[in-house]
Design a protein around this ligand. Structure first.
Ligand code: FMN
Length: 304
């Protein structure tokens, strides 16, 4: 018997548990030259804003040991252009489309969520955790009251399941997860990037034009696993777990910690087929360990 890798997540059926993480996959066009996007469970779009954005000035990427820092700053074509041009492209594939949104107010988040759900995306991912923009990001995600307000407004107007993307740049991530759940979030995703900095010792200037940026990649995996595990115990809604997942074994760890789906971001930059090899690695682990469904793995870590 080979493992059944389908996952029903917040009422939406994913063909497998691997989802491309927001901002690391664009709208899939570039990666579609490497493989058939129907091979992925789902794709989280680049963070969308109401109006198009050019993002932050360069340099906005820096290498770090086992990871990277970015301060892209939500460069995107805006919701309307996404609906007109990118969504029809993404809809050609048998994969779930998750629209990642960032707004400057709860009302703006809600308006975008309504427009996008009417346009036919499968889920909304509410990004309250972007560390690289002044408005429309982390100022919401570090306050439980703001997480609750944005979730409430989005949930009222979206006609599809709503997932809230949480920031690791907080003292207690479970407080934010509870705030989202209490206002009707159907799921949470975590973690977004960890706020970081690098300095060029010759010029004494920060490497990034924005001075600080978000740390992602293999270096953050243990932090992500700890936060997924803590969140699993705090809420009942399902978790899309991400942060540093690079191999099938990393993904199995995230599932054991409590994730129902796993996100792959930075790993795709150095190896475009990373998401597929992670998907295959999960299936191989399931077959070797006679595990029939992904849900049997979720949260099944055996504590010491
Ligand atoms: C270049 C870059 C851009 C990103 N843009 C977004 C974004 O627009 N919205 C969002 O919610 N997360 C964004 N993220 C965060 C990722 O979706 C993911 O949460 C984070 O990178 C951790 O996963 P990873 O270590 O697998 O990359 C971005 C990450 C990177 C590296």
């Amino acid at each position: 018997m080979s493992a059944d890798t389908r996952v029903v997540f917040a009422g939406v059926t994913f063909n497998n548990p691997v989802v491309a993480a927001s901002g690391t996959f664009g709208f899939g066009r570039e990666y579609s030259e490497y493989y058939d996007l129907s091979e992925l469970g789902g794709i989280c779009t680049k963070g969308l804003t109401l109006a198009p954005r050019l993002g932050n000035p360069p340099p906005r990427i820096a290498e770090t040991p086992m990871g990277m820092l970015n301060s892209v700053g939500l460069q995107n074509p805006g919701v309307e252009e996404f609906i007109r041009y990118e969504l029809p492209f993404m809809r050609r594939f048998d994969t779930r489309v998750i629209a990642n949104i960032a707004g400057e107010s709860a009302a703006e988040y809600a308006a975008m969520a309504e427009r996008l759900s009417d346009a036919g995306v499968d889920m909304i991912e509410v990004n309250v955790s972007c560390p690289n923009v002044k408005n429309g990001g982390l100022q919401f995600g570090v306050s439980a009251a703001a997480v609750a307000e944005v979730t409430r407004e989005v949930r009222r107007r979206a006609n599809v399941p709503v997932m809230v993307k949480l920031s690791p740049n907080v003292t207690d991530i479970t407080e934010m997860a509870r705030a989202a759940e209490s206002e009707g979030a159907d799921a949470v995703s975590l973690i977004n990037t960890l706020l970081g900095m690098r300095i060029d010792i010759k010029t004494r200037r920060p490497v990034l034009a924005n001075n600080t940026g978000g740390l992602s990649g293999a270096a953050v995996l243990p932090v992500a696993l700890r936060m997924i595990w803590q969140t699993r115990q705090a809420v009942r809604i399902p978790i899309l777990g991400m942060g540093g997942i690079t191999t099938g074994a990393d993904a199995v760890e995230a599932l054991l910690a409590g994730a129902s789906l796993v996100g792959v971001g930075t790993a795709s930059f150095s190896y475009p087929e990373a998401a597929l090899s992670i998907r295959d690695g999960i299936a191989e682990y399931m077959n070797q360990n006679k595990i029939g469904s992904v849900s049997e793995l979720t949260g099944s870590v055996i504590l010491n």
